[in-house]
Ligand binder design. Structure first.
Ligand code: C2E
Ligand code: MG
Ligand code: MG
Ligand code: MG
Length: 290
């Protein structure tokens, strides 16, 4: 008994500042929601054949009063650990759905808005009802929403995942598999689940070597997506060479710094207005097509 206490004291001391920093961040995170320190950034997804915005992904940011802007990888794992993630998810869903409604009213809405779910969100049975209620509260139809989930989540509890995802898709909500190819991919769930989109993980896009011509994981994903009648989107596209390579392989939906970084709301609205102007002028789009 004594030994284990001694062990703990040693551990706490050794971890010293790291340990207390974690505690600080935990308290800050618990307060962040009520203090309205979260913000959503928006990154457009483009159809490269006509340069139209086909969707927008919502990416969470935390404006920490002392530490400045924090990115999700630095606080989402903590939020999951302390069971705060579902409240954050609901906040993001509410904020982005309200935003979508405003864009619809202004006539500049993108076809779809993508929101990331955490692996823990689908464990709660309430996620389905709460998502539907949020959409209804703001008068946004289900087919305007795409939920991005990862493979790990599905593999962990396939029965529950199937149940929730089916219920969501009955309301027209689209399901995308995020970071596809990095987790526990199974051909089995691809046709069993109501999935609409595969997002090719950034790591594969980064490794594209245009000068080499051998088959790659991306080739396999694109062929598979088309075979299962799924949409496929490449994330993390940063260079024209990557874009061209993907286009040659019939992947025409892309997201990445080459097109736009995630933007605060005012900036994405500017882009949406410009994109809307394009759509009202078919001649212009025709001219840009090839
Ligand atoms: P993700 O869903 O795979 O999002 C893509 C990440 O790649 C984003 O990082 C985005 O800013 C970044 N990115 C986009 N284009 C490029 C590019 O061309 N090059 C590079 N190097 N990066 C690019 P971010 O915003 O830091 O988000 C990281 C992850 O945090 C997301 O990965 C997602 O899994 C999670 N996340 C973001 N927002 C939320 C949220 O509201 N809820 C939950 N549960 N998770 C979120
Ligand atoms: Mg995502
Ligand atoms: Mg991703
Ligand atoms: Mg990711």
């Amino acid at each position: 008994k004594n030994d284990s206490r001694g062990g703990y004291a040693f551990y706490a001391q050794a971890m010293g500042s790291e340990f207390s920093q974690h505690m600080d961040l935990e308290m800050d995170l618990r307060r962040a929601l009520s203090k309205e320190e979260f913000a959503v950034y928006y990154q457009p997804q483009f159809d490269t054949t006509n340069r139209r915005i086909v969707g927008i992904e919502a990416l969470l940011r935390w404006q920490h009063p002392e530490r400045g802007m924090l990115y999700p990888d630095s606080f989402i794992p903590l939020a999951e650990e302390i069971d705060l993630i579902s409240r954050i998810t609901l906040w993001v869903l509410d904020a982005t759905t309200a935003q979508m409604r405003q864009w619809m009213d202004a006539g500049i809405a993108p076809p779809r808005l993508a929101v990331n779910l955490s692996a823990l969100d689908l464990k709660h049975t309430t996620i389905v009802d709460e998502t539907i209620q949020t959409l209804q509260r703001h008068g946004v139809p289900g087919n305007r929403l795409e939920l991005e989930i990862t493979e790990t989540l599905i593999a962990q509890d396939i029965t529950r995942a199937t149940h929730h995802l089916t219920a969501l898709s009955h309301h027209g909500i689209n399901i995308a598999i995020d970071d596809f190819g990095t987790g526990y991919s199974s051909l089995n769930y691809l046709h069993r689940l109501p999935i609409h989109t595969l997002k090719i993980d950034r790591s594969f896009v980064r490794d594209i070597a245009p000068e080499r011509n051998e088959r790659s994981v991306i080739d396999a994903i694109i062929v598979m997506a088309h075979g299962f009648n799924l949409k496929v989107i490449a994330e993390g596209v940063e260079t024209e060479a990557q874009r061209d390579w993907l286009e040659q392989r019939n992947c025409h939906t892309m997201q990445g710094y080459l097109f736009s970084r995630p933007l605060p709301v005012q900036d994405i609205e500017e882009l949406l207005r410009a994109s809307q102007a394009d759509q009202e002028n078919p001649g212009l789009i025709q001219a840009n097509r090839h």
